[in-house]
Design a protein around this ligand. Structure first.
Ligand SMILES: Cc1cc2nc3c(=O)[nH]c(=O)nc-3n(C[C@H](O)[C@H](O)[C@H](O)COP(=O)(O)OP(=O)(O)OC[C@H]3O[C@@H](n4cnc5c(N)ncnc54)[C@H](O)[C@@H]3O)c2cc1C
Length: 340
């Protein structure tokens, strides 16, 4: 997807390459931070599209303390690193990701009055159910989005007419230089499926979300439960669930729907290798479990080109293509570098 993912995917400048010694670094991370490290972990296991090659060094962090410490560790050493949430908005290349992949599984959560405070790795569905248990409304839309809170802030994820920007009060972030800040929602530059986190200025290094607080409202739990049931029903009827995918591939262009345009271009059911355009929702690429990342990317390229040729509309990818993409101009170590 050479031009298809151009500015959205990997246009950030990357820091100077530093020698990367996974064995030595793995030992040091385990000693200093206490987090287990794995070399050459296959990332397909950790993405909903079920594609993606190895990470040089894969580290799971289980709480905010480990997350902060590891982000500071890699940043002070200028090491390439990538933050992985639930892997539901990314397509990792078959060649995988060079550097350190930090899998955010920090899942602390508490409710104080009308405020729900959660660490970045909390699954969105849990936010919906914990809010219901606390008789709070406003977070129901998160129920069926299979991401983490950190990934949702990055994407300004939303559904059913509500998005994270509507309920987020503050986000605790680690910045490019390793310092921390508690940012109000207004400082996060939220737009349609967009946030300031997607557009770093400081040498291309992104802010990392460690935790966030959501401002909700009191509500009868029975009413909240009924809304959650309605969301479950809607998803079952409208979306191809249970098959590997990354949800919507492209953002909706202003005043239109990417799915409608792709359908009108006659692409439902179109296949490249194991990747196929969903018959149910044309803006979704499904992986029949034999698909590779290159199949997915080639199909997304084809969809974008077809819609451009037919309707003159340039679809912007919503999913992020990360890792090394040989032959696409994104050479080794080019993508996913610099704290993406
Ligand atoms: C079946 C299905 C349905 C979906 N439905 C919806 C929907 O209705 N609405 C919607 O908006 N999206 C939807 N999505 C897309 C996706 O679930 C969301 O965008 C989600 O917020 C991504 O979160 P994640 O943890 O999976 O992020 P990942 O895919 O792991 O990462 C995405 C990006 O976020 C960055 N990131 C992750 N964690 C952090 C962090 N702590 N700090 C900073 N950056 C971080 C990553 O580095 C990466 O650049 C759907 C996806 C699927 C597979």
């Amino acid at each position: 997807m050479t031009d298809a993912t151009g500015p959205e995917a990997h246009a950030e400048p990357r820091p100077a390459r530093v020698p990367f010694d996974a064995i030595r670094l793995g030992g040091e991370i385990q000693r200093r931070i206490g987090a287990k490290t794995v070399r050459d972990e296959i990332l397909a296991r950790h993405t909903t599209m079920r594609v993606g090659g190895p990470a040089d060094l894969y580290v799971v962090v289980h709480n905010a303390f480990e997350l902060r410490a590891l982000v500071r560790f890699v940043r002070t050493r200028g090491l390439p690193h990538f933050l992985l949430g639930r892997g539901s908005d990314i397509v990792v290349s078959d060649a995988g990701i060079r550097g350190v992949v930090i899998h955010v599984r920090a899942e602390g959560l508490e409710v104080a009055g009308d405020t729900l405070i959660a660490e970045a790795g909390v699954p969105l569905a849990r936010i919906a159910t914990e809010a219901r248990s606390a008789a709070l409304t406003g977070a129901e839309f998160t129920l069926a989005i299979p991401g983490s809170l950190g990934g949702a802030v990055w994407a300004n994820a939303g559904a059913h007419g509500v998005e994270i920007a509507d309920v987020l009060e503050t986000a605790d972030v680690v910045r490019a230089d390793g310092t921390e800040a508690r940012l109000p929602a207004a400082a996060l530059g939220f737009g349609y499926r967009d946030s300031r986190l997607k557009h770093p200025t400081d040498g291309g290094i992104r802010d990392v979300v460690v935790a966030a607080s959501l401002r909700l409202r009191p509500e009868d739990p029975a009413l909240v439960a009924a809304r959650l049931d309605e969301i479950r029903r809607w998803r079952r009827e409208h979306q191809p669930l249970g098959i590997p995918s990354a949800g919507s591939v492209f953002r909706n262009p202003a005043g239109d729907s990417a799915g409608r345009l792709i359908d009108a271009a006659g692409l439902k059911g179109r296949r490249i290798g194991g990747a196929v355009v969903s018959e149910q929702h044309a803006n979704w690429i499904l992986n029949d479990r034999k698909g590779t990342a290159m199949h997915v990317r080639s199909l997304a390229d084809l969809m974008r080109a077809a819609v451009r040729d037919r309707f003159g509309v340039d679809l912007i990818p919503e999913v992020e293509f990360v890792g090394d993409w040989p032959g696409t101009g994104e050479g080794p170590a080019e993508a996913a570098m610099g704290g993406r």
